[in-house]
Write a protein of this length. Structure first.
Length: 469
């Protein structure tokens, strides 16, 4: 046992975030703070993965209603900028700026999860009550969870930036991203195991357990993290519209937001298509397509490790993000050619590279956002980054299904010609669009990767360096 422990500790020390702890933010405290990312990952898996399948298969909810419910959290994504800005300027009676927003975001998640299973039962039609009541209740539940998730993640990242010294932020980003991956992988396994024998009672137990776990973990994450401020420590109050104009009018800030939106959309369109592509087009067994999630997670983890090592050695975060997008182009090329080659191995390699490129892109983007932010406007910057990322991902996922179905139907009907009369045409079209989006992201992020010799020219909020990804 002692030999195993020694090997395990040695392996932990080789992780890119193993020395992320500092005197200002010790490792134990940082690990505790990272629990908010675990709850974010759990909520994402539950809504996009588990409930997506449960609503359609077990509860028999029409797919268009499922798509609408899953899209509702997007309505609160653009508000991340406003919420982040408010946390920059707000001081509670107890002297906290970030903590109240995380707390109320947690309560929104808890409330949404608490009513969600009952709303889904009503939505399935298993009731004598009017159908609109189930639809309204489900919409409210998804809106609450979405609003809470976006609030917790935005303000949690701003708090982590406040607490971590600049030299440690690349390692802190790696740890926070890894915590979200852990939350996604572990919760996906637990939810799948718990719902293996489905029943409405079991669904209620699982979702409400997620509500309780979210509340407990976020309270632990927030406990004694933020110092108390006095009103005098808050900078001069500026209205949101003025602050946003100053932020958005800066060319580098706009380019960052465009780059993150394009890159996120490029990596996200495949989210709902990879498993059907592997099953319907490449005829892979269910076990092989289910393993895609693990392959994506492994690739993402490897990308985070590589990005952290590069950034710790002084690499420019924009350049790291650009390399991630370029690897994504190669990855989707592998996925596309896997069909004519009828090769599951080529497809698997492409899936792993998608995760790897996405990990590089995500780490580079978030690190750039933290590096550019200043204390008086970190919430605004990270809110803008989060809003661009979440909105682009949601719209891309919705568009991918529509494009695949439309182009695939046209191809099978022969409207696109005999050479394209195959269901694979819809999938290849989506993957081709993703390649174009990633190439556009590389073009957008390219000028940002040049060394800035005059940082003082980049202004936002009264002469401070501009923020954002």
């Amino acid at each position: 046992m002692s030999e195993f422990s020694a090997v395990f500790i040695h392996a932990l020390r080789r992780l890119p975030f193993a020395d992320a702890g500092t005197a200002e933010l010790p490792m134990g405290r940082l690990l505790r703070l990272s629990l908010f990312q675990v709850t974010v990952g759990m909520a994402a898996v539950l809504m996009i993965g588990t409930l997506n399948r449960v609503m359609i298969v077990e509860l028999g909810v029409p797919s268009w209603i499922v798509a609408l419910m899953l899209a509702l959290p997007l309505l609160s994504a653009p508000l991340r900028t406003v919420i982040g800005f408010r946390s920059d300027r707000y001081t509670s009676v107890l002297g906290w700026r970030r903590a109240p927003f995380i707390w109320f975001g947690t309560l929104a998640q808890f409330g949404g999860f608490a009513i969600m299973p009952f709303a889904l039962v009503l939505l399935s039609g298993d009731t004598t009550m009017p159908m609109w009541l189930g639809q309204a209740a489900a919409a409210l539940a998804f809106l609450l969870v979405g609003a809470g998730l976006h609030t917790v993640q935005t303000i949690g990242l701003a708090l982590a930036t406040d607490l971590a010294p600049e030299r440690a932020r690349p390692k802190v980003v790696a740890l926070l991203c890894a915590a979200m991956l852990v939350g996604m992988v572990v919760s996906a396994f637990v939810f799948g195991l718990a719902l293996r024998h489905f029943s409405q009672i079991r669904l209620i137990q699982v979702i409400q357990s997620a509500a309780a776990v979210t509340l407990v973990l976020n309270v632990i994450a927030l406990w004694k993290q933020e110092p108390r401020y006095s009103a005098a420590t808050i900078s001069e109050r500026v209205g949101f519209l003025k602050a946003w104009r100053l932020f958005a009018n800066e060319a580098r800030a706009r380019r960052r937001l465009i780059a993150i939106a394009l890159g996120t959309a490029g990596f996200s369109m495949q989210d709902i298509l990879l498993e059907p592509y592997g099953g319907k087009i490449l005829h892979l067994p269910v076990g092989a397509t289910t393993a895609l999630t693990a392959m994506l997670a492994f690739g993402s983890g490897l990308g985070l490790v590589m990005a952290a090592r590069r950034l710790n050695r002084g690499a420019d975060p924009h350049r790291v993000a650009g390399w991630g997008a370029l690897i994504g182009v190669v990855a989707f090329t592998f996925v596309m050619v896997a069909a004519p080659m009828e090769s599951g191995a080529v497809f698997g390699m492409g899936v792993g590279l998608i995760g790897f490129g996405g990990g590089l892109f995500a780490h580079g983007g978030l690190t750039a956002s933290m590096a550019a932010s200043k204390p008086e406007a970190r919430g605004l910057a990270l809110g803008a980054w989060g809003a661009a990322q979440a909105t682009a991902a949601g719209l891309a996922i919705a568009a991918s299904g529509l494009i695949n179905d439309t182009v695939g139907a046209l191809a099978v009907s022969g409207a696109l010609g005999e050479a394209l009369s195959d269901p694979v045409t819809g999938y290849v079209t989506v993957y081709g669009i993703e390649i174009l989006l990633l190439l556009a992201s590389i073009v957008a992020v390219g000028p940002l990767s040049r060394r800035n010799t005059q940082p003082a020219q980049e202004t936002c909020l009264g002469g401070t360096p501009s923020l954002g990804f």
